[in-house]
Design a protein around this ligand. Structure first.
Ligand SMILES: NC(=O)c1ccc[n+]([C@@H]2O[C@H](COP(=O)([O-])OP(=O)(O)OC[C@H]3O[C@@H](n4cnc5c(N)ncnc54)[C@H](O)[C@@H]3O)[C@@H](O)[C@H]2O)c1
Ligand SMILES: O=P(O)(O)OC[C@@H](O)[C@@H](O)[C@H](O)[C@H](O)CO
Length: 379
């Protein structure tokens, strides 16, 4: 069995590649980073280290890689795979779609064997988004044919994998915790399960609980930490003011999620506590600039800040801490982050109100825009 995984980065090697390999798949990575691809091709293996007192090392063997910039190689890899997964970043999905579409066309010529394509990105409905991009590269007739043998089940992935700074370019250190949930109702029946994956019939409560707890809390620590001059999430979480903001934001999203999905409040409290402990993991060093990366994406309408705040507001709940975090996100001016640079440019050109309205999709005089502006001016 062969799995093609787009993105040999931190989550690709440290989570998805590892689980697929442990499930008996021969993993082939597609990446645009030439030296990463060459090293995987030469070595054919890498090591995952667990960030806890055990320091356990897990070898991942029998892996290979192809150059993601080679359209023929990508199409052939898609055509011959038993499973396709991605962890490239949600905004990159449109760039890998042509290669997947070309691979699906080859599969049509060769008997149209069933295929699952699973996007493992931090976004709601990422596989569905990828499906739309892929279908855009097929004719109407090809789309109908593709829909009969290619399914794009949505998924939620959770494992903190920081930026890696090892001598060995393939080594990857990951936290012990992981959760990979896949929407079974979007899959073909009778397909082989991946070990360690939790299959569910309704993914929405799982992806929203993950995105609006782990990722909302994480970016709260990142933006507050960045503002106060901390380098890592672990340092930031030692600051009571930062930890207080994270707790406040997670109480707000927690109340919203409990109301929306009927989660048990005590269990959700426990979920929040576990996540705060994960952020504090002393065996990890996770840079605030990684966790805060791409602030325009993080302030977009369906992402981890605006969507839960609006939902809380609709329910009559609190969202003041979320508002504070949005204002801090607008101040994330890390010069090496292209979206941070673009956002600062928007603010300089149009002012904070208009810039926030543009990235959040809200009206400039929307209640939330007003509150974010007020928080921004008081910070
Ligand atoms: N790191 C985490 O803790 C974590 C956890 C859960 C989910 N995620 C999500 O996983 C995704 C990847 O995150 P990451 O931290 O692994 O990022 P990363 O930057 O470490 O890895 C992304 C990889 O994709 C490659 N890539 C870029 N364009 C490509 C293309 N056109 N074709 C093939 N490969 C391409 C890059 O070269 C890089 O190696 C993101 O959506 C992120 O939100 C990350
Ligand atoms: O990957 P992003 O930019 O969407 O979010 C940054 C981090 O919050 C994220 O990578 C977490 O580490 C991860 O989602 C944990 O499961």
């Amino acid at each position: 069995m062969k799995a093609l995984h787009f993105g040999a980065g931190n989550i690709g090697r440290g989570f998805i590649g590892l689980l697929l390999s442990q499930s008996g798949y021969e993993v082939v990575f597609s990446d645009v980073n030439e030296s990463l691809v060459q090293t995987i091709q030469q070595r054919g293996s890498y090591t995952v280290t667990i960030a806890d007192e055990s320091g356990k090392q897990i070898p991942v063997e029998g892996v290979n890689a192809i150059d993601g910039r080679d359209p023929a190689a990508v199409a052939e890899a898609v055509a011959s795979a038993d499973m396709v997964t991605t962890a490239v970043g949600v905004n990159i999905l449109k760039h890998i779609a042509p290669g997947i579409a070309a691979g699906l066309k080859l599969r049509m010529e060769r008997g149209a064997a069933p295929l699952h394509v699973i996007a493992c990105e931090n976004a709601i409905g990422a596989s569905t988004q990828l499906r739309e991009h892929v279908m855009g590269h097929l004719s109407l007739e090809e789309q109908q044919k593709a829909a009969s043998f290619a399914a794009f089940p949505d998924s939620a992935v959770d494992r903190i994998v920081p930026l890696q700074h090892h001598e060995d370019p393939l080594a990857v250190t990951v936290e012990p915790f992981y959760e990979w949930v896949i929407n079974r109702s979007q899959m073909f029946s009778g397909s082989q399960e991946i070990q360690g994956v939790h299959y569910v019939d309704d993914l929405i409560p799982y992806i929203e609980r993950k995105l609006f707890t782990v990722n909302t809390g994480h970016c709260s620590a990142a933006y507050a930490g960045y503002r106060k001059g901390y380098s890592t999430i672990q340092e930031a979480m030692k600051d009571e003011e930062v930890a207080g903001l994270v707790t406040g934001a997670l109480q707000e999203t927690g109340s919203m999620l409990v109301r929306a999905y009927g989660f048990d409040p005590a269990e959700h409290e426990n979920y929040i506590r576990t996540i705060m402990d994960r952020f504090r993991n002393p065996y990890l060093s996770d840079e605030v600039v990684r966790v805060g990366r791409s602030p325009i994406r993080k302030l977009s309408p369906d992402d981890r800040l605006v969507r839960p705040a609006l939902r809380a507001w609709e329910q009559g709940g609190a969202f003041e801490h979320l508002t504070e975090v949005m204002a801090l996100a607008l101040k994330f001016d890390f010069a090496e982050d292209p979206e941070a640079v673009k956002l600062q440019g928007l603010i300089a050109d149009q002012g904070v109100r208009q810039a926030f309205a543009e990235v959040s999709g809200l009206d400039p005089d929307h209640m939330l825009t007003e509150k974010v502006l007020k928080a921004y001016n008081h910070q």
